[in-house]
Design a protein around this ligand. Structure first.
Ligand SMILES: [Zn+2]
Length: 134
């Protein structure tokens, strides 16, 4: 592993650790775990259950924490892989700051009268829209 790649993993690791903790029920209950391009993709009944009960968000079909992507099932992983990989790259850039800055952008969008998800610059980037908050 090149040093710069190792640094990205270290910088994102606090978030990856959170993802691993959230994935623990899947690890012990037979959830599906794959390592694709250096990212752990985890799905299964426990993961689906969690994604339907996200505090302050509600529901999601997939969610990324550092180098861990949780999804409802394998089909969701395949459908959203490119989008979630952009979030992995964002975690590599922002490290431990990613979640607080993401939430700040979520609420800033709401204050502008936009949707907190679709108006969030990180989601716009993941959807391929390079629009930034102005
Ligand atoms: Zn997203």
């Amino acid at each position: 592993m090149k040093p710069v790649v190792l640094l990205r993993y270290i910088w994102a690791f606090p978030n990856t650790m959170l993802g691993l903790i959230l994935a623990f029920p899947a690890f012990v209950s037979g959830g599906r775990i794959s390592r694709i391009d250096g990212v752990l993709e985890i799905s299964g009944r426990s993961t689906a259950w969690m994604l339907q009960r996200i505090p302050f968000v509600g529901t999601a079909s997939a969610m990324t924490f550092g180098h861990v992507v949780l999804a409802v099932d394998e089909a969701v992983h395949e459908r959203w892989r490119e989008h979630e990989r952009m979030h992995v790259r964002q975690y590599e850039q922002w490290g431990p700051l990613f979640i607080p800055v993401y939430l700040a952008c979520y609420y800033a969008a709401r204050l502008r009268g936009e949707d907190g998800y679709y108006g969030n610059r990180f989601e716009a980037e993941a959807f391929g829209n390079k629009r930034s908050v102005t």
